[in-house]
Design a protein around this ligand. Structure first.
Ligand SMILES: *[C@@H]1O[C@H](CO)[C@@H](O)[C@H](O)[C@H]1NC(C)=O
Ligand SMILES: *[C@@H]1O[C@H](CO)[C@@H](O)[C@H](O)[C@H]1NC(C)=O
Ligand SMILES: *[C@@H]1O[C@H](CO)[C@@H](O)[C@H](O)[C@H]1NC(C)=O
Ligand SMILES: *[C@@H]1O[C@H](CO)[C@@H](O)[C@H](O)[C@H]1NC(C)=O
Ligand SMILES: *[C@@H]1O[C@H](CO)[C@@H](O)[C@H](O)[C@H]1NC(C)=O
Length: 640
């Protein structure tokens, strides 16, 4: 009480305090053995759970506690961080426990040491300086030190709390002497490593466009609910039009406005491709000339504005995650999975119902629980012949591939479409594999294995569950199932194969981490883009050489077809192998070919010329002699 009173009376310090970046409890740069505490209530609330924004499980059998919690029977409590080197500490950010309870620390002292034995607390000349902590369990609260304190160890000594003594935290400090990370990485000087506000993002895109006018083109997908344009940049040899035979791919970011790393990576990728293309880097030239690349850094610009305002350290787990109207865009797409799966289970696919381009039910078209941003993204996805895509997210370090949704109807076990149900899945649905499982796994591996740290299993996962299990890839439905995901929708309603890349534990990393984020992801992004050339591609034409739009391309043994674009060209991503491929179009006789996909890079050309079917010719005859009667099921050429 006395200390609180003194703390309230203390004159405010008006000097601007020194600002340092976080040590990295949230990003996991700080390793588990750097964290220790006076006690732990249980193993699931060990000191290693004290990282800012750590997500817990309310299931008591789960090891994922939502904070560090002290043993209630102890009298003295402290939490200690070993910075491992002499550090100028400048502040502390605290947060309560992630759970349904209201557990948080309301005041604490700070102590510092060079050897972890002799401690000196921050003192105001009369008594220890009391810092005020949290007033709810979720909102991070920062205390900055008026003067930096030089030491190696820091202790937070809780004095009062609400509910149980539980906390999550981050510590701000500048390491003295060696700036390790800056030695590891030599950032390229033409790249702009900073977080960009909406207007800064737009002007950066314009400056790249000015720099590289004949390989870039800026356009808007449409507007967010607050009226901000969702900006995209095309990078390609001939950016303003689709070139026949050239595949289109997309990278998107910022579906969740507070997951800011992907946004900055895409802005960096724009600068990189423009500069390297101009400098005649052969790999950049191949990418730019061989692909029409669409980069969309911010699918939820309203959410980003909200998180950006609070800043990288205090934006918390959900600030700006949703759209202005409260939607999580990534899981706001029409659920087509159950429509297809039910038809598959009844044996209707592909004979009676196509295995691709599942139509959106009419009531969903007008359903007002679909966000304006989602509708905008859907029409964008249908406007371009996208082949491959990835969306960048945050809060974990793994590449997740579809299906993202679980199958809930467990009356029939789906006739071989799913994996053996485990006891565990009963009652909450079971995962079902896509017809392109091995390809999706390859695409996920192509990113994870070329990323600098995604497959480092000793880092563990961010929240302590088994995401990725050391390989850096995971099937989303087995990990964290959701319905109505962008990836499932993309696979079931369009030709595009889409995955999610979770870039790291800290959704909104400090600006000083961005150059390292770029180094970690640069090769992976380039490699992933190159995968658009894996498989077969070609053009479907009639015998007069006119392209046939909307023809279907089926690969024997893979129950998922793709269709040709309005210019008759198609791309079918496939792993190496020999495939029997059939092209079909209404009014034409189907043609089947053997197409071989090798290990070398570059898609195998596999084009088709289709002849008008007999049935079609007879129809024409019938128009001349309308009284001729024919059996309507005549002819081998009706689809399926
Ligand atoms: C730690 O050592 C440095 C000198 O190396 C000294 O300036 C500093 O005050 C010491 N910190 C503490 C908490 O004793
Ligand atoms: C403090 O904790 C109690 C339960 O221990 C809870 O009922 C109360 O709402 C909490 N206070 C606040 C401000 O969250
Ligand atoms: C872009 O424009 C420059 C100058 O006009 C020209 O030299 C270059 O060949 C052009 N590149 C492309 C891909 O058209
Ligand atoms: C609208 O969509 C939501 C989510 O997909 C669904 O739960 C709801 O039943 C739909 N409403 C109508 C009228 O179709
Ligand atoms: C594409 O063809 C299918 C049948 O093959 C048809 O149902 C669909 O309406 C066609 N789509 C377009 C855009 O023409």
């Amino acid at each position: 009480k006395e200390a609180e009173e003194r703390a309230r009376q203390r004159p405010r310090v008006f000097k601007e305090p020194k600002k340092c970046p976080p040590l990295g409890l949230e990003s996991h740069k700080v390793e588990p053995d750097q964290l220790s505490a006076s006690s732990a209530a249980q193993y699931r609330y060990a000191a290693q759970r004290a990282r800012l924004n750590m997500q817990g499980s309310d299931d008591e059998d789960n090891m994922r506690g939502g904070a560090w919690c002290a043993n209630a029977e102890d009298r003295i409590h402290w939490f200690e961080i070993d910075a491992r080197r002499e550090t100028e500490f400048t502040g502390v950010i605290t947060q309560g426990r992630d759970s349904l309870n209201d557990d948080f620390v309301t005041s604490y002292y700070l102590a510092f040491s060079n050897d972890s034995r002799e401690w000196s607390t921050i003192h105001d000349g009369y008594a220890d300086w009391l810092f005020f902590g949290n007033s709810d369990k979720d909102t991070p609260v920062m205390n900055q030190l008026a003067e930096p304190v030089l030491a190696r160890y820091i202790r937070i000594i809780p004095q009062s709390w609400n509910g149980s003594l539980c906390m999550r935290l981050e510590v701000l400090g500048c390491p003295v002497l060696v700036q390790y990370r800056q030695n590891e990485v030599t950032p390229v000087d033409y790249l702009e490593f900073k977080h960009h506000s909406y207007s800064e993002m737009v002007s950066l895109m314009k400056s790249v466009n000015d720099e590289c006018p004949n390989i870039t083109h800026i356009y808007s997908l449409g507007r967010s609910s607050k009226g901000l344009d969702i900006m995209a940049m095309i990078i390609s040899g001939n950016p303003t039009e689709h070139e026949i035979g050239e595949p289109e791919m997309r990278f998107t970011a910022g579906l969740h406005g507070n997951e800011a790393t992907g946004r900055e990576l895409l802005l960096l990728l724009m600068q990189y491709l423009c500069k390297e293309y101009k400098d005649r880097n052969p790999r950049a030239q191949r990418l730019v000339e061989g692909i029409r690349i669409h980069l969309v850094p911010s699918l939820n610009p309203d959410g980003h504005e909200e998180a950006f305002e609070v800043g990288s350290e205090l934006s918390g787990w959900t600030t700006g995650h949703f759209t202005e109207e409260g939607f999580d865009i990534f899981q706001n797409f029409p659920d087509l999975n159950n429509i297809l799966w039910e038809a598959e289970d009844k044996g209707m696919v592909p004979k009676l119902m196509p295995n691709h381009h599942v139509p959106i039910p009419e009531n969903l078209e007008t359903n007002n629980s679909i966000a304006v941003e989602t509708r905008t993204i859907i029409s964008w996805m249908k406007n371009y012949p996208f082949v491959l895509g990835a969306n960048f997210q945050g809060g974990e370090r793994v590449v997740a591939y579809p299906y993202d949704s679980l199958r809930f109807d467990v009356t029939e076990w789906g006739r071989g479409y799913h994996e053996e149900p485990e006891e565990d899945w009963r009652g909450r649905g079971y995962p079902r594999v896509t017809a392109d499982e091995s390809l999706f796994r390859w695409l996920a591996v192509s990113y994870a294995s070329t990323h600098l740290t995604m497959t480092h299993s000793y880092h563990g996962s961010c929240q302590g569950d088994s995401a990725g299990a050391g390989h850096g890839i995971v099937n989303r439905a087995k990990w964290k199932p959701i319905t109505g995901s962008m990836n499932d929708f993309s696979y079931l309603h369009t030709n595009c194969f889409e995955l999610s890349v979770f870039l790291g534990c800290d959704k909104f990393p400090h600006q000083s981490d961005l150059s390292y984020e770029w180094e970690k992801n640069k090769e992976a992004m380039l490699t992933f883009m190159e995968q658009v050339h894996r498989g077969i591609r070609g053009v479907v034409k009639d015998q007069q050489g006119n392209p046939i739009a909307n023809a279907t391309i089926s690969v024997e043994g893979i129950n998922h077809d793709v269709t040709t674009s309005p210019t008759g060209d198609y791309w079918r991503l496939l792993n190496p192998g020999e495939y029997r491929v059939t092209a079909r179009a209404e009014g034409f006789s189907p043609v089947t070919k053997l197409c071989v996909v090798g290990y070398q890079s570059g898609a195998t050309a596999c084009s088709f010329n289709l002849a008008k079917s007999n049935w079609d010719r007879i129809k024409q005859v019938r128009q001349h002699w309308p009284e001729t009667t024919l059996h309507p099921h005549f002819g081998p050429t009706l689809r399926y």
